[in-house]
Design a protein around this ligand. Structure first.
Ligand code: FES
Length: 101
């Protein structure tokens, strides 16, 4: 059973950009797409860039290091789905964002 961790306030996660949070040593990137918040591992599968600092267009974040695209809903590269980062379940309770690890 995954354990939910409170990681942010809903107001911290805005449309169009990522928010990087940490649970212990694990960095997670939060994104809001059309009102829904998604959580993926922050580390790019290419060379470890911070996906949460990338630019978001629709549901695709572009890594700030070399531009690899990752779908924030699935964690997958759109053209090569085998290339992926982990996604995490998100639960919103009031003003708080919880992520399950
Ligand atoms: S580290 Fe993300 S594209 Fe290279």
């Amino acid at each position: 059973m995954p354990e939910f961790h409170k990681v942010a306030k809903t107001a911290d996660v805005v449309e169009g950009k990522g928010t990087i949070v940490a649970v212990d040593d694990l960095k997670i990137a939060l994104f809001r797409c059309e009102g829904t918040i998604y959580a993926i591992r922050n580390q790019c599968p290419h060379m470890g860039g911070d996906l949460g600092d990338g630019t978001l267009e629709g549901d695709i974040v572009r890594c700030p290091w070399h531009g690899w695209p990752i779908n924030v809903k699935t964690g997958q590269h759109p053209q090569a789905p085998v290339v992926a980062v982990r996604t995490y379940p998100v639960r919103v309770e009031g003003d708080d964002v919880h992520v399950a690890l």
